[in-house]
Write a protein that binds this ligand. Structure first.
Ligand code: NAD
Length: 358
């Protein structure tokens, strides 16, 4: 009997349904080549559904999703709806209630011409950022006092727990051990100014002592942004807090070619985890069949890797790399001259020919 994976699919808003459609075609084909099965259940949540029903993400559906092995998400966000309502009700709900404490962001340049940095090659841009995904300023401990008056005070707590910091650092050390030849983990923080981050400094040292084979490095976030542009080859595996990771990974997306290729995993290792392109719903392209689906296709690759279907994951990555290096897909924006479905067709063709290790 072939292995079978129940997954939840939330195409969402804007270009989400178009890019997810291509992601699912690729997933189907890889499953048939590699001999496993996917049982997708599609959920309608997002702006259209909310406008029709006033439902955001009902508990019955949420408890079904919780039982799946993985979730594939397109994008959430629509100009007709109050900013944040659906983002919090759908994306943040899953991140917090499924305790998806690792945000994993591979930063990999697949073809030299896609990099805006002069003289940097795919060998130079190949690192992974492990971002804490449940704490920090995003924990929602905020408030307004005397709102709307000249005396207004706004506060939002930056919150780190020992448990939260330790588990993500431990995950990053384990990952650093599995990656490539250079076993190195860089902690990115701002412990000189944000003194609460001393908890990160101490935890990194304590957990790091259990991993003598991994070289420990450190950079403050301001310097890390500089190195990301000047010497991205210095990074191999990076671990950082929620807010700094949020900023650093968007910068890093640009040096790998932009939003059109950047994918992420929101993980609770061993439990249901969520995979998505990092771009949003790009409302201006909705329904035009011009959005680039490669970031979603790479999110599918990450999902397969997480599920243990490493050959399938590598096959997608190889197919996409071949198409980008040969310039059959010449660019990553909506200006590639190819429609969303044509890019999907090219990836499907390329999958059959992709060489993956036995
Ligand atoms: N995880 C998510 O679901 C997520 C992430 C970011 C933004 N959003 C939401 O998306 C909406 C739009 O936000 P935004 O405009 O700031 O960000 P966006 O990522 O949707 O778009 C930024 C720019 O990149 C272009 N772009 C993005 N993805 C593309 C693709 N696949 N192919 C071609 N071009 C692409 C867009 O047209 C735009 O010019 C907002 O409602 C926002 O809240 C959702």
């Amino acid at each position: 009997m072939s292995q079978s994976y129940p997954i939840a699919v939330i195409p969402g808003d804007g270009i989400g349904p178009e890019v997810v459609r291509e992601g699912l075609r690729v997933l189907d084909r890889v499953a048939s080549i590699e001999g496993f099965r996917i049982e997708p259940t599609t959920y309608p949540f997002g702006a259209e559904h909310y406008l029709k029903t006033k439902e955001i993400f009902p508990e019955t559906a949420f408890s079904e999703v919780r039982q799946k092995r993985a979730i594939l998400l397109g994008a959430i966000g629509d100009p007709r709806i109050e900013v944040g309502l659906l983002e919090f009700g759908i994306i943040a709900k899953m991140r917090f209630e499924l305790d998806l404490y690792v945000n994993l962001r591979p930063v990999k340049l697949y073809a030299e011409h896609l990099c805006p940095l002069k003289g940097k090659t795919p060998e130079d841009v190949d690192f992974i950022v492990v971002r804490e995904n449940t704490e920090d300023a995003y924990a929602g401990m905020r408030g307004f006092f005397k709102k709307g008056t000249p005396d207004e005070i706004a506060t939002q707590e930056i919150l780190f727990t020992r448990k939260g910091v330790e588990r993500v650092i431990r995950y990053a050390f384990e990952l650093a051990r599995k990656r490539g030849d250079e076993k190195k983990l860089t902690l990115v923080d701002k412990a000189n100014a944000v003194r609460a981050m001393d908890l990160w400094t101490r935890t990194f040292a304590e957990v790091g002592a259990e991993y003598p084979d991994i070289t420990r490095e450190h950079a403050y976030i301001d310097a890390a942004c500089m190195w990301c542009v000047k010497n991205p080859e210095w990074f191999v595996t990076v671990v950082t807090s929620n807010m700094f990771g949020d900023i650093l990974t968007d910068l890093a997306a640009m040096i790998q070619g932009g939003l059109g290729i950047a994918a992420s995993g929101n993980l609770h290792p061993g439990k249901v985890s969520l995979f998505e392109p990092i771009h949003g719903s790009a409302p201006k392209y909705t329904g035009k069949n011009v959005a680039n689906p490669l970031a979603t296709i790479m999110a599918v690759s990450m999902m397969l890797d997480y599920l243990g279907e490493t050959r399938g994951a590598a096959r997608i990555e190889e197919a996409v790399t071949n198409l980008l290096r040969s310039k059959r897909i010449p660019s990553l924006g909506s200006d590639s001259g190819l429609s969303t479905s044509q890019i999907g067709d090219l990836v499907l063709e390329s999958l059959d020919r992709a060489k993956v290790p036995a």
